[in-house]
Design a binder for this molecule. Structure first.
Ligand code: HEC
Length: 91
């Protein structure tokens, strides 16, 4: 568990550092998405989806409430939602 915590703290430094440097909400969302959404399954799983906002909201809720991603704060969830809606939307 301690190792996991350490990884969670250190990993954002590497994930999407370039975009995060711009410090925009979408860059933050990308960073959090890449940090958290590939822990239990490959990032390829969410990246393979094309979902609308309501469905993404539901998926993220599910990750937290059904599958145990309970460390994600409301802020994490909000920023990740904005990012996936933009990049993995229906189009
Ligand atoms: C705590 C572990 C965990 C984390 C963290 C996690 N997921 Fe999942 N996710 C799962 C599990 C378990 C499944 C497989 C469910 C199944 O087999 O039906 C899954 C499945 C999915 C699916 C496939 C659709 C579905 O509902 O089965 C998508 C899309 C997805 N996750 C997106 C995400 C995103 C986006 C994040 C980041 C917010 C995330 N996951 C973080 C555990 C996790």
């Amino acid at each position: 568990m301690r190792t996991l915590c350490l990884l969670l703290i250190l990993f954002p430094a590497f994930a999407g550092a370039e975009e995060a440097a711009q410090n925009s909400p979408l860059a933050e969302g990308k960073q959090r998405f890449e940090t958290h959404c590939g822990i239990c399954h490959s990032l390829a799983l969410p990246k393979s989806q094309r979902l609308d906002r309501a469905t993404w909201k539901w998926v993220i809720d599910d990750m937290v409430n059904e599958f145990g991603a309970v460390w994600l704060t409301a802020e994490d969830q909000r920023l990740i939602l904005e990012y996936v809606v933009k990049h993995y939307g229906p189009e």
